[in-house]
Design a binder for this molecule. Sequence first.
Ligand code: HEM
Length: 341
Amino acid sequence: MLNLDGRLHDTYRRAVMPLLKRRAVAAYAPHITSAFRRVTTELGGSVDVFPLVRRLVFEISAEILAGIAPRDTEELLEAYIHLQAPRPLGTAEGMRAVQRAVRARHALRAGLLAAARRPGGNRDNAVTRLRALDDRPSDLQIAENLSILLLGGYETTGYLLSRMLWLVARHAELQEQLRLGFQRKDPVGGRSLFDAVFAETARLHPPLAHLPRRSGVDLNWAGHHIPAGSHVFFSVLTAHHDPVLFPEPEKFRIGRFGVGKTEETPPGFALVPFGAGPRICPGVHLATLTSRLITQHFLEAFRMNADSDRYVADVTHNGASISPAGPLTITFSQHRERTSR
Ligand code: HEM
């Protein structure tokens, strides 16, 4: 879907959208909670949350969107990671990374084709919705759509959620306020403290930094001529770090958004982590609910602590997606009053 234009893009997008509407997504809460319990059973001590949360989010999206059971996700996730890994040219390690990527591509193709061919029963997911189209796509086309949905879902949400947990773990007072907010059942949409933390994390660390576009018309902009048809990038990262829109842009300041807001509201389209317009991310509700529930479960089960003297920067691998340049280490300890879960 991501790489298509025109009729086929619209058909596939329309087919899967009902699964991703706010109301449909609310029904996935039990899957999200049981994935959290499964993945964090043994959790304690100091842990790099990025791989942990990435796995958790992958299991959730694979089960919900593609009907892939958690026990079958390990090889697929590994394949995505190898495909995204850097391949330094002209080095022995680069060659090994290329070989791993080739094997990963085969594994991914086989795993997603198996998911595309699995009998759907009475499941409602992307496979059954794509199969039901009048002009039924081939198994390979379904597998390709699953590939984009899973990649688009786990990489972005996994990164943003681990960044958010790590930022929260650096601020003990904020952590406690969030925990109390969840206990009080602060509103799910709009005005909760969680929404402000989510928005500020997405501003500071947008998972997709630059969005590709094609100029529809001839354009003169800031002294540059951009002919119609040119490939251009809209930089979400640059917009989110514009000091005119967001004073002291490098600082994590939740006062910019939501409850306890202490600053002027940024103008419309200043905050665009999910893009905008007809290609806006269809997974926004799934990403938000997953992040909200998982944050709530972590805060209910654990006290989290991260070193606030050291900041972990980001690296971009392919110019678009981002990952942390080093471990996002959090030390987890169980709340004294809740030793059993
Ligand atoms: C925090 C999590 C996420 C972020 C920040 C994010 C961000 C984005 C952005 C910026 C775009 C491009 C929009 C544009 O070009 O204007 C996009 C597209 C897309 N996202 Fe997400 N996304 C997230 C989660 C998800 C999830 C959970 C799914 C899975 C359902 C998903 C599936 C997609 C797909 C399929 C597209 C392509 C849409 C199209 O071209 O019509 N994303 N996302």
